[in-house]
Design a protein around this ligand. Sequence first.
Ligand code: AMP
Length: 215
Amino acid sequence: MNLVLLGYPGSGKGTQAKILSGKFSLFHISTGDIFREAIAAKTQIGVEVSGYLSAGRLVPDKLVLEVIKTRLAKETRGLLFDGFPRTVDQAQGLDDYFASRGQCIDAVVFLDVDEESVVGRLGSRRTCSKCLKIYNLLTSPPAKEGLCDSCGAKLMLREDDNPDVIRRRIGVYKDQTEPLAAYYKGLGNFYPVKGGQDPEIVAAEIAAVLKNNVK
Ligand code: AMP
């Protein structure tokens, strides 16, 4: 099974990807995490993409598709995409790539959350600096302030989770990513799920959608 999680920044894609990849033994691919790791390691790709991430703009499609293809070359497990595709060109690139491997995307799950709640969620999001576990200071805070429950490392505020960049990312989403909903509806594999609820409830609803629709 190959899945795509679609939704506003802050709609819960990362949290759901972690739960669902465990539940269905899927390989979780977050292009955002790949880019942040590359920036931290100061690789050539990291240097190339750093300005886009800090400004909240999209990395060019060609580079994103190259990174994805390199990652997937030897991967035989089912895939769960989180934060990719983000443009119609990326979606078409992914379809072509899957077609060349005799595969397809089985479901695109859209996490439906309204714009204002996304702004609040991103502002109160904290991420573990080591294992990348995601917290929300209002709805799912860590047991010990500032520290990850799972690995004890420090929690951090992502550089692009500040008010100006959050607004830019939301604008970018509306202009460039929202058209993907129509693209996937046209392909007949688009499934909206109400986001913004308890993550376990959202995950259970997604699991039910997959059970009923994916053979
Ligand atoms: P995310 O962690 O998914 O919110 O992504 C963080 C940032 O990484 C985005 O604001 C973009 O700058 C960049 N990025 C991640 N995925 C993509 C993608 N599929 N296409 C272009 N840029 C991306």
